[in-house]
Design a protein around this ligand. Sequence first.
Ligand code: GAP
Length: 505
Amino acid sequence: MTEEKLTMEELSSFCKRKGIIFQAAEIYGGLSGFFDVAPFGLNIQNNIKEIYRKELIYKREDMVEQDGSIITNPRVWKASGHLDGFGDLILTTKKTRTKLRADHFVEDELKIPTDGMKAAEIQALIVKHNLKYKGEEFEEIKDFNLLFPVRIGADESKDSIAYLRGETCQSIFPNFRLITEICRKKLPYGIMQIGKAFRNEIAPRDFLFRCREFEQLEVEYFFNPKDKFDKLTEDLLNTKFQYLSAAAQDSGSDEMREATIKELVKSKAMSDIHGYWMAIMLNLAQKEMGLSYKNLRVRQHVKTELSHYSAGTFDIDYNYPNGFKEMLGMANRTNFDLKQHQEHSGSKLEYFDEATGEKFLPHVIEPSFGIGRHLLAVLLDAYTKNEKGEIVLKLPKKLAPTKASVFPLLSKPEFIALSREIYTDLIENDIISSFDKSGSIGKRYARADEIGTPYCITIDHDSLETGIITVRDRDSAKQIKVHKDKLAETIRNLINDRIEFSSLK
Ligand code: GAP
């Protein structure tokens, strides 16, 4: 098996060919920054979400989940600061009025990082290097707000304008007090949400990496900064990762070194709760999502690039085809959002601590990632080729879109009947499976491997007589024999890592 480093174009064409992601309404030429999740991609995405739900909600008593509306009262976006300060800098050419995202343009032209650069700095670079676009000069650089306005109802006045949410968390903060009271939650506790977010990106690019409509998974973990935090275990403290500090970036370096959560918490680079969530998310990315250590790094934001709400942000970057880029962001939002929403709405959002009698606005640590960027990372890490040069998508078994594919050796009625019976039994046992009766068995294996199906099940002459069927493992290409009555149980145990394939005969 060899690892293949794909380009974004190759990955996007693989995703189309294998029914993972399509350009939205491709027959009409698509629409820049919008994608459809195709049948197999939807299964993988759902599996990703369900694993995060299991790990972050079902297994914990200090987390709940909500699903807020996508269109919200516009006052939410005034309070959150997005109406005034959520944008990118835009360049417009003088003649053809072509619009470009200023930081990306300067970064591409001068090959320098532009994260966090202000308008004046970018303008100065454009003047200094006499930068033009296809020979055209630019008008003065401008701010461009990324929120998507929508009109509500039949009223045509500006009062009817609302916005598609630019980040999902703004549906969480206004509900903080309601959820605390109704779900009887005590600090520290978190609210998670998985849902669509929309940003009118000036230049969507790199396939799912930067789109205009995407899905986020966000956790708002509320706490009292005065309280001692006791969940950061020794195991979590010892979590290791490749690290790029703000200091290194400030001195012009992008060299990573190995660090631990313990080191960053001890040196006060991050708080213990920040460190706790960083360890949790790094461990899930590797153990559950199959992302390899070498493809992940933690990058501290430099001061100039911090979002308006953040007192400190660390990203988990993934080594995408275009280098290490943000897969997940984790900001210390302090009590910025609760304070803003309390002020703007006039409704109290304070937490009352019964033990101390203290009333206060909790602080928040926010792990946040785009499902699309996560899916890209999962696919890139899973993409391998076997000795024959065929693609084998080595997805973690729990993420595979189908867990088993059932193959009747021949398309005679007796083979089909038994295969159908086995397929139905798997489905009845909640094992998502497929049925494939066309082409040689070798072709069927190759098709299943390409989409990451962990187990292929062949029904042959022997199976008709004895009920014994052949199960073939995607990763080793080895085969075992199992009686049909034991099949669903065996597959379930294999998928949940309760038994190892190599331990079976
Ligand atoms: N609530 C915090 C927040 O939204 P962000 O860094 O702007 O922070 C969080 O976004 C995550 O959402 C990113 O780490 C990324 O995975 C994803 N994301 C942001 N903008 C995106 C876009 N235009 N297309 C796809 N994913 C995006």
